[in-house]
Design a protein around this ligand. Structure first.
Ligand code: PHE
Length: 357
């Protein structure tokens, strides 16, 4: 059946046909846009029903009443069908949207990855803790140091061959001497400290003995990195100055600290050695994993160091030591190449992040 024409008198069959077609379009509209379009086409001003309505004037009274009623009924039925379909499609739209926006509160949360201390830092802190337990106080000093503190005051004069043992990185500029006004630039060359021992002198110039300090920090040497050396590494300096400290105190203190770090059953051994700033001097080995391993240098503080620091060696004496925490960390974590500490490989760093029992 073709669409009704405006100039032909409408019939009830025309209305029924238009109604049937409109009903199909409205009730089967696949989505809200299609429903809007079907409503415009079948219920709008230019819809077949509207055209039929305009043709009513061509009919006799009785026929006009009959066809007119059919048109009204069709309009009511189609309006109801449109509303019903709209309700369905809106409910479907909301259901889809809610599903898409749903939050599953039962999912496990994304927890941030936990960081860990670098093994060298962790070992340094454990070592400093061990000395704090023995009555030492932590202090720090500058990494850019003057030649005077790093060498002269430690009994290593400019022409002494011991300077050659520490391949020094010099920095352009001049550093302070002890009796300089600290606000004025000093007069000896600046360098990256080659050890933490200059902080012995800084401490004694700043505070009267008795002094018990432990000094963690970074030190620098112009060494090429290999399996056991890094050009920048950590040291922990210790200094104990009092009225009657002896070599026995040195041995007992270091034995206790190493036991705290490596285990209660780890013995130490002292080997004679030479440092310019201690006399006598020794190196200390720890027996670990079936081997004697060198862990630190130590000795009784040289009288020249005490004098340079303004301390009377007749009244005060004591001992000093310098530990390499990376070396200790290698023992504690069974690391064979010290360069792994600076590679930044997270697999290595996180595997070392807790101390084995
Ligand atoms: N400063 C020495 C070094 O870097 C270690 C040390 C410190 C030795 C204190 C004796 C006393 O090798």
């Amino acid at each position: 059946m073709s669409d009704p024409r405006a100039d032909a008198p409408p019939t009830a069959a025309d209305v029924a046909a238009a109604r049937e077609k409109a009903l199909a379009a409205l009730s089967e509209a696949p989505d809200l846009d299609a429903l809007d379009e079907a409503k415009r086409v079948h219920l709008g001003k230019r819809s077949p029903l509207a055209t039929l309505q305009r043709g009513l004037g061509l009919l006799e009274d009785a026929a006009r009443r009959e066809v007119g009623r059919a048109i009204n009924e069709a309009r009511e039925a189609l309006t109801a069908a449109e509303a019903a379909r709209r309700e369905e499609l809106e409910a479907e739209r909301d259901r889809v949207q809610l599903a898409a926006e749903a939050v599953d509160v039962t999912l496990p949360p994304r927890t941030p990855r936990r960081g860990a201390l670098h093994p060298a830092v962790e070992t340094t802190e454990a070592m400093v803790d061990a000395f704090c337990g023995l009555g030492f106080t932590p202090v720090t000093g500058p990494e850019v140091e003057s030649e005077w503190f790093n060498f002269e005051a430690l009994n290593i004069p400019a022409d002494h061959p011991a300077r050659g043992l520490m391949d020094t990185i010099y920095v352009r500029g001049l550093g302070a001497e002890p009796d300089d006004d600290p606000r004025r630039p000093g007069i000896t060359p600046l360098l990256l400290r080659t050890h933490t021992s200059p902080v012995q002198v800084r401490t004694l110039l700043a505070q009267q003995p008795p002094v018990y300090v432990v000094v963690p920090g970074r030190v620098y040497r112009s060494d090429v990195a290999d399996a056991t050396h890094l050009p920048a590494f950590f040291q922990i300096e210790g200094l104990a100055i009092d009225r009657d400290l002896s070599f026995a105190d040195l041995r007992g203190t270091l034995a206790a600290a190493i036991r705290a770090l490596l285990g209660d059953d780890v013995p130490i051994r002292l080997r004679p050695h030479h440092f310019q700033f201690t006399e006598p001097s020794c190196e200390v080995d720890a027996f670990f994993d079936g081997e004697w391993m060198e862990v630190l240098g130590a000795g009784m503080v040289h009288p020249n160091v005490l004098r340079a620091s303004g301390v009377d060696p007749k009244q005060w004496q004591g001992f000093a030591f310098g530990v390499g925490p990376e070396r200790l960390a290698m023992l504690r974590h069974a690391v064979t190449d010290i360069r792994q500490f600076v590679d930044g490989d997270l697999r290595f760093l996180s595997a070392q992040s807790s101390v084995p029992a």
